[in-house]
Design a protein around this ligand. Structure first.
Ligand SMILES: [Mg+2]
Length: 376
C-alpha cells in the first residue's frame, strides 16, 4: 500500500476547519483534522511541504512517518508544524483501521470503557441565563458543564473579572447541585497573582478543574500557582509534542492534561503523552473545540485510555458540518459511544464542500480598561 496524494480542505461553519485527505493507490482514504483555528493557510502550507516525504510511502508505518515528518526539516516544526503532522497522523490511523477492518480504538488496545462522558460549552451570557443553560444541560443528561471566565464585553480587568468569576461559579453550583462537574476555562486570561486569588476563592465550591489559569510559555508559573491553592488545575491545549508537556507532567504541576490531538501530534503523540501522565496519576481531558474528525479521534483515544477523565465536546456529533460529514460518531445524553465502523468512523461527502465557504477573520481580542492588549 502506498500514499498517492495528500490534499487539504478548508471550510467554515461558525469557525474555520482544516481537514486533510490522504489517498492511497488501493483506493483507501484517510481523513484528519488540524487545530489552531484561524491559521489554516499556514498549516496547509506546512502540509504541502511535507507531502513529498509522504507520497510513495506505506501509510501503515505511522510511527516511522511521524518521526520523518517531525524531524525531516532538521528544525523542530513548532505548533504550526505539529498541527500539520497531527492532521496527517489522524488520517494514517483512519487508513490503518480501514485496512484492517477495525475501529481505531481496537488498534490502541481495545475498549476500557463503554461510553465517554463529555462536557458542553455554555454560551457567554448574563449570569441568570448562564445558570439556566447549565440546568438545561444537566436535564439533557450531561454530567459536566463548562463556561468561560467572564469579561465585560471586550474589556477584562482582572480584579473585577475574578470577583465575577467567583459569582458565576457560585450561581452555577447552586443551579446544578453538588454532583455535577463544574469547569471554568480561564483561557489564559490571568497572571499568576490574580489566578491565585481566583483559585483560592473557588476552593469551597468544589470545581472539577480550573482550566488554563495562566499562559503556557512558562509552565513553572503553574507550579507557582499550585503552591498557593489546592484547586485542581488543567492545562495543555496550547502545547505541541510530548516535549512541551514534559515539565508540567514531571513536576506534577497539572491535575488534568488537556492534550489536543489536532495540535500535539495526532493519536501517535497523544497516546505517548497519556502514558507519561499515567505514571503521575494525571488523567487526560482532551481539548476539542473542533470538528467531527477531531471529535472522533478524541473518542477513540478516550475509549482505550484508562487515565481518562472527561471529553470536551463543543459541538455535538451530527450537529456540525452535517452535510459534509453525513456519518459522525454516536452521541447520547452527554456521552459519546463506541463507533463500530472501521477507522475513525466518520465519512466525508466532498460534494457538500461549497455549502461551507471559507471564513476570513482572526481570534476575538480582549483589552484592559486602559486599552492595552490582554489575553483572549
Ligand atoms: Mg480551553
Amino acid at each position: 500500500m502506498k500514499i498517492t496524494s495528500v490534499r487539504t480542505i478548508i471550510v467554515g461553519e461558525v469557525r474555520p476547519f482544516l481537514f486533510v485527505i490522504v489517498e492511497t493507490e488501493c483506493g483507501l482514504t484517510g481523513i484528519g483534522e488540524a487545530g489552531i483555528t484561524w491559521r489554516e493557510k499556514a498549516i496547509a502550507g506546512f502540509i504541502e511541504a511535507l507531502t513529498p516525504s509522504l507520497v510513495g510511502q506505506d501509510p501503515r508505518r505511522i510511527e516511522h512517518l511521524w518521526q520523518v515528518m517531525l524531524r525531516c526539516g532538521f528544525f523542530p516544526g513548532g505548533r504550526i508544524g505539529a498541527a500539520a503532522i497531527s492532521a496527517i497522523d489522524l488520517a494514517l490511523w483512519d487508513i490503518k483501521g480501514k485496512a484492517l477492518g477495525v475501529p481505531v480504538y481496537e488498534l490502541l488496545g481495545g475498549l476500557v470503557r463503554e461510553r465517554v462522558a463529555c462536557y458542553p460549552h455554555i454560551d457567554d451570557a448574563e449570569f441568570p441565563a448562564m445558570f439556566d443553560q447549565c440546568q438545561q444541560r444537566v436535564e439533557a443528561g450531561w454530567q459536566f458543564v463548562r463556561f468561560n471566565f467572564p469579561s465585560d464585553g471586550d474589556v477584562l480587568e482582572p480584579r473585577i473579572a475574578v470577583r465575577r468569576g467567583v459569582e458565576l461559579v457560585t450561581g452555577v453550583r447552586e443551579a446544578v447541585g453538588p454532583d455535577i462537574g463544574i469547569i471554568i476555562d480561564v483561557h489564559t486570561r490571568l497572571d499568576p497573582v490574580d489566578a491565585v486569588t481566583l483559585c483560592r476563592q473557588l476552593e469551597p465550591l468544589n470545581v472539577f478543574f480550573v482550566e488554563d489559569p495562566v499562559r503556557c510559555e512558562n509552565p513553572a508559573a503553574i507550579g507557582r500557582l499550585r503552591q498557593h491553592t489546592n484547586v485542581p488545575v488543567a492545562m495543555g491545549e496550547q502545547y505541541a509534542t510530548k516535549w512541551e508537556f514534559r515539565e508540567a507532567v514531571e513536576n506534577d504541576w497539572i491535575d488534568y492534561c488537556r492534550v489536543d490531538l489536532c495540535i500535539a501530534g495526532g493519536l501517535t503523540e497523544a497516546r505517548k503523552i497519556a502514558g507519561w501522565c499515567e505514571t503521575h496519576y494525571i488523567a487526560i481531558a482532551p481539548h476539542n473545540p473542533l470538528g467531527p474528525v477531531s471529535t472522533a479521534a478524541c473518542l477513540h483515544l478516550d475509549l482505550a485510555t484508562s487515565n481518562f477523565a472527561v471529553q470536551e465536546c463543543a459541538r455535538i456529533p451530527g450537529e456540525v458540518l452535517s452535510d459534509l460529514f453525513p456519518v459522525q460518531v454516536p452521541f447520547d445524553r452527554g456521552n459519546m459511544l463506541p463507533p463500530t465502523a472501521p477507522g475513525l468512523g466518520v465519512e466525508i461527502d466532498e460534494s457538500a464542500i461549497s455549502r461551507y465557504p471559507v471564513m476570513d477573520g482572526d481570534c476575538p481580542r480582549l483589552q484592559r480598561a486602559d486599552g492595552s492588549f490582554t489575553n483572549w
